[in-house]
Ligand binder design. Structure first.
Ligand SMILES: C[S@@+](CC[C@H](N)C(=O)[O-])C[C@H]1O[C@@H](n2cnc3c(N)ncnc32)[C@H](O)[C@@H]1O
Length: 257
């Protein structure tokens, strides 16, 4: 960190993608290589942090059983480090602007007059289904998709109750615990009980697991054997394509090496 005091600090709000460090953008890797400080979330794969060998690493995510670090505290850390002349990377899982509070952090930096950039990442909303062989849109099957947060009814009700049955693909993030209510709402809205659904746990990691089922089954709830793995739920006819798009992400990766 020598000479930091004389430099102008800068913050990069960086998306780390869904897990696999190979799914980082080149710009994300470059910013990590040059970082003095990395503030990272719980869903960031630790292998990604190895790309920042010089940096002081500060965990600011939620950890089971512990209260989350307050958002304002994260803002203060970023601003203070940048004002000290540090190259700061604020590293988030997936994309920083998709349920990542990246917008709030960008506003805080703007308000403080700290120069910053935004480095998009691959959101799990698309990558998790994709790595499971499920396209979120497909000609003749689904011409659009909506992404909702399933953590609270207020976050999705207004969106899902206005969707005509089977009109698009529904992707639910942060929804494993509340998936019964999400599924029940769609069924009440007229979506068929046999609508296919998939749950993708830990996409882009060695522990990745994909479960397929029907909306009726989803309505009865799901329980992962590993509650630490994040899960993304996909509902819609595109899930059927998984059987035809027969590929195994891990095999393909090995073959490409
Ligand atoms: C707070 S949101 C952040 C989303 C992130 N900004 C993105 O664009 O992917 C966290 C949710 O993303 C989903 N998620 C993140 N990483 C995932 C992964 N590797 N596999 C499946 N779902 C994932 C889960 O639904 C998780 O609850």
């Amino acid at each position: 960190m020598s000479g930091i005091g004389s430099r102008r600090g800068f913050v990069s709000l960086v998306g780390a993608g869904p897990g696999d460090p190979e799914l980082l953008t080149r710009r994300a890797a470059a910013r990590l290589a040059g970082a003095d400080v990395v503030l990272y979330d719980a869903l960031v794969d630790l292998a990604v942090l190895d790309l920042a060998p010089r940096a002081q690493r500060i965990f600011v995510g939620k950890r089971a059983g512990r209260p989350a670090v307050r958002q304002e505290f994260i803002h203060r850390l970023m601003i203070r480090a940048a004002r000290r002349g540090c190259a700061v990377v604020r590293l988030k899982g997936g994309d920083p602007f998709v349920f990542g509070r990246g917008g709030e952090e960008a506003l805080a930096l703007t308000g403080a007059g700290v120069p910053f950039e935004i480095v998009p990442g691959i959101s799990s909303a698309i990558a998790a289904p994709e790595l499971a062989g499920i396209p979120v849109t497909h000609r003749g099957v689904s011409t659009g998709f909506v992404v909702v947060s399933g953590h609270a009814e207020a976050a999705y009700r207004g969106i899902l109750e206005n969707l005509a049955p089977q009109s698009c693909t529904v992707v639910v993030l942060m929804g494993i615990g509340g998936i019964t209510d999400v599924a029940a709402l769609l069924v009440a809205r007229g979506w068929g009980l046999l609508t296919p659904a998939a749950v993708i746990f830990g996409a882009g990691t060695a522990a990745a697991d994909v479960w397929t089922m029907t909306l009726g089954e989803l309505q009865r709830g799901i329980e992962s054997s590993d509650s630490t793995l994040p899960g993304t739920v996909v509902i819609g006819d595109v899930v059927r394509l998984r059987a035809a798009i027969a590929f195994d992400a891990a095999d393909c990766e090995a073959a490409a090496r």
